[in-house]
Design a protein around this ligand. Structure first.
Ligand SMILES: [Fe+2]
Length: 288
């Protein structure tokens, strides 16, 4: 059976004050103070990003949301059968405001939190910039991981976790990026292997308007954040987006007009010869 897997939330270690400015002033997320941490809302969920102070800035954990308890049990059974530790943690579930949570470490070292039942709050989401984020059944967005062993990572994320390959993009000669879906979003996880580079490349969030993207791009060009990639339209999604460097080092992609995978049986696997249809030039902080 195909489970539905979506990006539910992202945990980050970093400078809370820098993240607050980055996420709220530039991207229009709503800050919620939680002790020493900062939680960020983008929709009706209690939070989607949690920024926690710490000495090693980076991506701390990735929350993968399943569509049902049965799906969570099925995925966890495959993870255990493949030889990985995966234990249900009710204390952590409460901390994350979710119904059930199973934590495991992916083959590439990414801490994953497989969960169901993300908390929806009655208080409406409010953006300082007027941004409206596209989430719902498509989930929060996607993460691109640079992995040391592409074949091992592909096996883990598809055969073990249950993601399906949407398409492949030739990044440069000899470097292919794989884009994996777990439902209607074109990709939730993307994987590439680049010698000497491992870890999270970027996190993507989607908004509903090119005006919102364009206004954030104007602020970025005026110095709000270091430019990783300039505004451009991807070939495969085909999202129009730009990338900045987040306060925790990995890049942050902000875009619009992502395609949806409707009937998976009709989806045609493709291999693209380029990342972009237009734009997307590498900026001063570019790193892929
Ligand atoms: Fe992306």
């Amino acid at each position: 059976m195909k489970e539905s897997l979506a990006l539910g939330y992202v945990g980050v270690t970093g400078n809370v004050s820098e993240w607050r400015t980055f996420a709220t002033d530039l991207y229009g997320m709503q800050p919620i103070v939680d002790g020493d941490a900062l939680r960020l809302r983008v929709d009706d969920r209690a939070w989607r990003f949690s920024i926690e102070p710490g000495p090693n800035p980076g991506l701390a954990y990735v929350g993968i949301e399943l569509d049902s308890s049965a799906s969570l049990d099925a995925v966890v059974a495959r993870v255990k059968a493949a030889g990985y530790d995966a234990e249900e943690n009710s204390v952590l579930a409460k901390k994350r405001n979710v119904g059930r949570l199973v934590r495991t470490i992916a083959v590439d070292g990414t801490p994953l939190e497989l969960f169901i039942g993300g908390m929806v709050v009655a208080e409406p989401f409010a953006s300082l910039t007027g941004a409206k984020f596209v989430t719902g059944g498509a989930g929060l967005g996607h993460v691109l991981m640079l992995v040391p062993d592409l074949q091992a990572a592909l096996h883990y994320y598809t055969t073990v976790l249950g993601f399906r390959v949407s398409d492949v993009v030739v990044v440069t000669e000899g470097v292919d990026a794989y884009f994996l879906h777990g439902g209607c979003r074109h990709h939730v996880i993307a994987l590439a292997s680049i010698p000497g580079k491992t870890g999270p490349d970027h996190v993507f969030v989607e908004v509903d308007s090119i005006t919102t993207v364009g206004r954030a791009w104007d602020k970025t060009r005026a110095g709000a954040a270091p430019i990783v990639r300039e505004l451009g339209q991807h070939a495969n999604d085909p999202v129009t987006s730009f990338y900045t460097q987040s306060p925790s080092g990995f890049a942050f992609e902000y875009g619009v007009n992502a395609t949806r995978i409707g009937n998976e049986d009709e989806w045609v696997f493709k291999r693209w010869d380029s990342i972009y249809l237009w734009g997307g030039q590498v900026g001063p902080a570019g790193h892929l």
